[in-house]
Design a protein around this ligand. Structure first.
Ligand SMILES: Cc1ncc(COP(=O)(O)O)c(C=O)c1O
Length: 448
């Protein structure tokens, strides 16, 4: 129960954990940083929607909104078997749940990962290049604040997003200033109902106020995979300006390898690559990994110590032997990737048959990740309004406008309000029903 404290008298209501509003006088100001981080944000609303839909949604909710990975039976079984193995070797289990690891992460896990990246990808990586974090999301909070913001010489540096729409989870991470500068993409129309975003290098300017360039590859929300050539050019630009290129590899290779096209995984000394165990099927273990120059990796470990003492151990303990044996690569390639490739195919086919020629639409080429990105050119209502209408009908998607943050002077760009992101990880019937209802609501908007 909450304790009522009469400090500054200002009567208000707050929600108790039982959901009932109660009168309280517990009012005081939050700091500026507290207001930025403690206020509602797109990502907090999204995770609330997702968590509640998963916990209490009932059969009628079509949850196509979050980034929840599917429960793939073979993967779930493998985690359960590993847990059993750990219990059978009690000291392994006891260490995983009963010890603080060093803030950089579990040394055996880090050594195994460095070995895998050397062996399989030929990268010149040692344990000094690796730091574990409490999920990829936390890795980005640390990285952005390590690199950008107020500098010792008084300048304020930003993170350059060379292509938006980009991952909504970055948007509200800044504790002080707005942290991003974003560049709108070139839109390449492919086929009758498809398109692909490309980095518009003609508009990409890197001034001395840019701290780093950052992309997710595959991209959340669009399923875009930046081509090898785009990555090479971004890498060369970053290197020429002596700044890091951050590649968010939450869906990428070598694991979980949710990529349906060919793309070469890359790391060089001026790159920062983040990995995560979430989309392999272990989001509950909160395990993120940063691969970077030793100076950056050491700083991330120090930040983990300050913020959390150490990181969650269990995910690292579960996958360590699978990294040592290379099994994690086989599972990613033979189980996880084909599973999501089929989900993507099914969702695209459902869109094709439900949307037919009822209204103008295009789907971003689905090259990876867990989402379809739908564009309704000329949509008579905003995507936010469409989201509200769909929510009333039990379909949760994400309005595309949230993903276009950091654009200067781009507020009037209509395209931002014509897109939505839908997740295709749910059971086929849920995806098909959700798509059918999206079609009905878009058609209604056109006919109003
Ligand atoms: C592109 C991208 N980066 C990072 C994350 C963070 O994932 P996690 O904190 O679960 O590792 C996500 C989660 O959906 C994501 O989509």
């Amino acid at each position: 129960m909450w304790i009522l404290v009469v400090e500054r008298v200002a009567s208000s209501y707050c929600k108790m954990t039982d959901g009932q509003p109660r009168a309280t006088t517990f009012m005081f100001d939050f700091s500026l940083m507290g207001q930025r981080l403690g206020g509602a944000s797109a990502i907090s609303e999204l995770m609330e929607d997702l968590g509640h839909a998963l916990a209490h949604g009932g059969p009628d909710i079509k949850m196509l909104g979050g980034g929840q990975p599917a429960h793939i039976a073979e993967m779930d079984q493998r985690w359960a078997d590993r847990f059993q193995e750990m219990l059978d070797h009690r000291d392994e289990f006891d260490r995983a749940v009963g010890n603080y690891d060093p803030p950089r992460g579990n040394p055996a896990f880090i050594a195994a990962l460095a070995g895998l990246l050397q062996r399989e990808l030929g990268w010149n990586i040692s344990p000094d290049n690796i730091a574990v974090t409490a999920g990829g999301q936390t890795a980005f909070f640390f990285l952005f604040h390590l690199l950008a913001g107020e500098m010792p010489d008084g300048r304020c540096k930003k993170i350059l997003l060379p292509l938006v729409p980009e991952y909504i989870g970055y948007a509200n991470q800044s504790v002080k200033h707005d942290m991003f500068r974003a560049v709108p993409p070139r839109i390449e129309l492919t086929g009758d109902h498809e398109f692909k975003y490309r980095v518009d290098f003609d508009r990409l300017e890197v001034g001395d106020d840019i701290a780093a360039i950052c992309v997710s590859r595959p991209t959340n929300p669009t399923g875009n995979v930046l081509t090898d050539e785009e990555i090479e050019r971004l890498s060369a630009i970053a290197s020429a300006h002596d700044i890091p290129l951050i590649i968010d590899n939450a869906y990428g290779a070598p694991f979980p390898h949710i990529i349906f096209t060919s793309a070469t995984p890359v790391w060089q000394e001026h790159m920062i690559l983040t990995l995560s165990l979430s989309k392999l099927g272990l989001p509950g273990t909160r395990t993120g990994i940063v691969i970077a120059h030793p100076r950056v990796a050491a700083a991330i470990a120090n930040m983990s110590a300050i913020v959390g003492l150490s990181n969650p151990n269990v995910g690292q303990a579960i996958v360590r032997p699978m990294i040592e044996s290379g099994e994690i690569l086989r599972l990613s390639r033979d189980v996880v990737r084909p599973y999501y490739a089929e989900k993507s195919r099914y969702a695209r086919e459902s869109v094709r048959s439900a949307f037919a020629d009822r209204f103008p639409y295009r789907v971003h080429v689905s090259e990876g990740a867990l989402f379809l990105w739908l564009w309704f050119p000329g949509l008579p209502v905003t995507s936010k309004e469409l989201y509200e209408r769909l929510k009333k009908r039990g379909v949760l998607i994400i309005s595309g406008h949230y993903f276009f943050f950091g654009l200067e002077g781009g507020k009037d760009w209509r395209h931002q309000h014509e897109c939505l992101r839908m997740t295709f990880t749910m059971p086929e019937q849920v995806v098909a029903d959700g798509i059918r209802i999206i079609a009905e609501e878009v058609e209604k908007a056109w006919n109003a």
